[in-house]
Design a protein around this ligand. Structure first.
Ligand code: MSP
Length: 659
């Protein structure tokens, strides 16, 4: 019988339709599920929607719907999004269901009975957007999470005695150093704990759209008490095939901004109720667009659907898990996405597959030959790649794991080019055994890479599996014992077909922006929000997705930004960072300034020397790749994130200020 592995994503708010940030977490969870299955676990993956609270009440009102009607529409969008991505979700939970409400009320009752809940009154600052009471704030102070002004509220509330768990939580995190991952996130949790915990208000009387508390009065649950409990209600009373209860969860996968709720509040609620705690949390980083978090409030979101339409679901999975180190923030751009599609998928995996299969057809009538030697040159690199990839995936270090697999693909390409099977085929009998070894090796690398890629590229892996003519069903393939030499000579391969046709970068990026504008308009209509005007016929794609104008600021605010004319004295690439250039820019100070700029994909270093640019001269210095950056170069940002430097038509002196 298989051991169980219960894995969750956050449940997503229904005030926004699904975007690529949600997709990122859910794709990663799906990849983990498939990997764990291949390790021999019975895996249950749950996701869902977080539907209560003021934010949603307000969004529904603006759309002229009841909160329930509004939540129904958006929840359905999430469900559909996971379906078109082909994600293997076992349970989609919604907080507005009676089954969930019952579990929330029960958890409350357990905490109440244990003496950890009391009634009190609260006057303080509240952020409606984040549904967060902000301690130590004065009227009008900004919310520490989103910067919006807080509102003053006074309410009779039920409080959870979070302060009573200070010591137990500290001990728990000390004894379980692996509970929060990655390590840097754990340090954040410890630092938060060290500041000291205060009791937490867990009910609201100002909101109607929520689960009622099982007490007198008009209290509904604070969203986080309600939302976190979904992890339990999703598998309420359920066991694995072997009869093992699914709770506690083996892994909660979350974004880093909701770490505190998961690492402190959630364990405290469970401790209070005397229930088992989840085994692990992994908080990944943010997808950034032009160095800012993608979010609805910033209006810089992209959606997954256009990418699925233009490139497919697997290329999106590959890009997200390869480009961004899991756990750290990472940039998203269409240029990088299409670039990787062409270089890694079309030229890398796709090319190895089509070339290997067509050579076996051409030279060996479609039958995998017997290699002449037991230990061909690719055997050891393949074993190394298996062990590196499996270890990396086990740590959820997807990008490292994929690097190892692509290292093997490159080694195979190199080997094929060196061995030149097309020449061996012409050399007759004496080269026959050598050609057998080359063809077997290429096919064996393809089988091994495909097996390792099942969790990341499930649809592609299945296609290659069939093209290779593998006898066993791909669903039954495990990682146990994966080794060189398991491909059986004599196997007849299937029909080769192109996996990733190359695309023209500019055409694909234009198409993506066009579909993105359409998807954005569709979502706005769906949510009953004012729609951006449609692009004029013949208008460039980017005009249809113009970012909204930022909030107004005063002239004094603008005066704080010191913009200067600078002259680029030198420029060079930053090692290991294909987007960065390191410049020295003269702005009339004693020494030119060191500035690191993300413009390397748009400009060659030599194009920049001697050019006048505009820089923000009073930004806090920061280090990028170990190099101090003392300012930022001003550039227009085009589609796909391509920068175009600001400049002047007239000659301007170095150091002049822009006001
Ligand atoms: N409803 C709460 C979570 C409750 S869990 C018990 C919530 N919802 S949310 O809709 O805001 O989703 C937040 C999650 O979506 C993040 O934690 C992360 O998993 C994912 N992401 C949303 N935007 C993202 C990025 N820009 N980048 C990476 N992940 C992102 O918080």
């Amino acid at each position: 019988m298989k051991p169980k592995y219960y894995l969750t994503t956050p449940i997503y708010y229904v005030n926004a339709a699904p975007h690529i940030g949600h997709t990122y977490t859910t794709i990663a969870a799906d990849a983990i599920k498939r990997f764990k299955q291949m390790q021999g676990y019975e895996v249950v993956l749950t996701t869902g929607t977080d539907e209560h609270g003021q934010k949603i009440e307000r969004a529904a009102e603006a759309a002229g719907k009841t909160p329930q009607q509004f939540a129904d529409v958006v929840a359905e969008e999430f469900r559909k999004q996971w379906e078109i991505l082909g994600l293997s979700i076992d349970r989609f939970s919604r907080t507005s269901t009676p089954e969930h409400a019952e579990v929330v009320q029960r958890l409350f009752q357990l905490c109440l009975n244990a003496g950890y809940i009391y009634k009190g009154s609260y006057t303080g600052q509240y952020c409606v957007f984040d549904e967060l009471y902000v301690s130590d704030a004065k009227p009008g102070d900004p919310c520490p999470e989103c910067g919006r002004p807080t509102e003053t509220v006074t309410e009779e509330n039920y409080f959870f005695k979070l302060s009573a768990f200070q010591q137990r939580l500290e001990e728990f995190h000390e004894k379980n150093p692996d509970f929060v991952q990655p390590e840097t996130r754990r340090n954040e949790v410890l630092a938060f704990l060290r500041k000291g915990l205060t009791d937490l208000s867990i009910s609201r009387t100002t909101i109607k759209w929520g689960i009622p508390l099982p007490v007198a009065g008009n209290h509904v649950f604070y969203v986080w008490f309600d939302a976190l409990t979904t992890y339990m209600s999703a598998v309420e009373g359920q066991t694995s095939t072997a009869g093992e209860p699914l709770w506690p969860a083996d892994l909660h996968l979350i974004g880093k901004e909701i770490l505190r709720f998961h690492a402190i509040y959630w364990p405290a609620f469970l401790m209070a109720a005397g229930l088992p705690l989840p085994k692990k949390l992994f908080a990944h980083g943010w997808l950034l667009f032009e160095n800012e978090k993608m979010s609805k409030s910033r209006g810089n979101l992209v959606r997954a659907t256009p990418i699925i339409k233009v490139l497919g679901a697997d290329p999106l999975r590959y890009f997200l898990l390869r480009e961004v180190v899991f756990g750290q923030d990472g940039s998203f751009s269409y240029d990088a996405l299409v670039g990787r599609y062409n270089s890694d998928l079309a030229n890398g995996l796709g090319n190895l597959s089509s070339r290997t299969l067509s050579m076996i057809r051409q030279y060996r009538q479609g039958v995998v030959p017997q290699p002449a030697i037991a230990e061909p040159p690719l055997a050891q690199p393949a074993r190394d790649a298996i062990s590196s990839a499996v270890q990396a995936f086990d740590r959820l270090d997807f990008s490292r794991g994929l690097e190892a697999i692509w290292g093997l693909i490159s080694a195979a390409d190199k080997y094929i080019v060196e061995q030149a099977p097309w020449k061996l085929a012409k050399q007759g009998e004496e080269a026959r055994t050598q050609l057998d070894t080359v063809l077997y090796s290429a096919a064996e690398v393809l089988r091994i890479a495909t097996t390792l890629l099942i969790p990341i590229l499930p649809q592609t892996a299945e296609r290659i599996w069939l093209q290779l003519g593998m006898p066993d069903a791909i669903d039954s393939v495990t990682l146990q014992g994966l080794d060189w030499g398991q491909l059986l000579p004599g196997q007849r391969i299937g029909e080769p077909a192109a996996l990733f046709p190359r695309v023209d970068l500019q055409e694909a990026v234009d198409k993506l922006w066009q579909l993105e504008a359409e998807e954005k308009a569709y979502q706005a209509r769906l949510l009953g929000q004012p729609e951006a005007p449609p692009p004029a016929p013949g208008a460039k794609a980017e005009e249809g997705v113009m970012q909204p104008i930022a909030e107004p600021i005063s002239i004094d605010d603008f005066g704080k930004v010191d913009l200067r004319v600078g002259l680029v004295k030198s420029a060079e690439r930053v090692k290991g960072a294909d987007k960065l250039l390191h410049l020295y820019v003269d702005i009339g100070e004693a020494q030119p300034r060191s500035i690191v700029a993300g413009i390397a994909l748009a400009y060659q270093p030599e194009q920049l020397v001697g050019r006048k640019v505009v820089i923000v001269a009073n930004l806090q210095p920061r280090k990028l790749r170990g190099i101090e950056s003392n300012g930022m170069i001003v550039a227009a940002s085009l589609e796909g994130g391509k920068p175009v430097l600001a400049g002047f038509l007239e000659d301007v002196p170095v150091g002049a200020r822009l006001k």
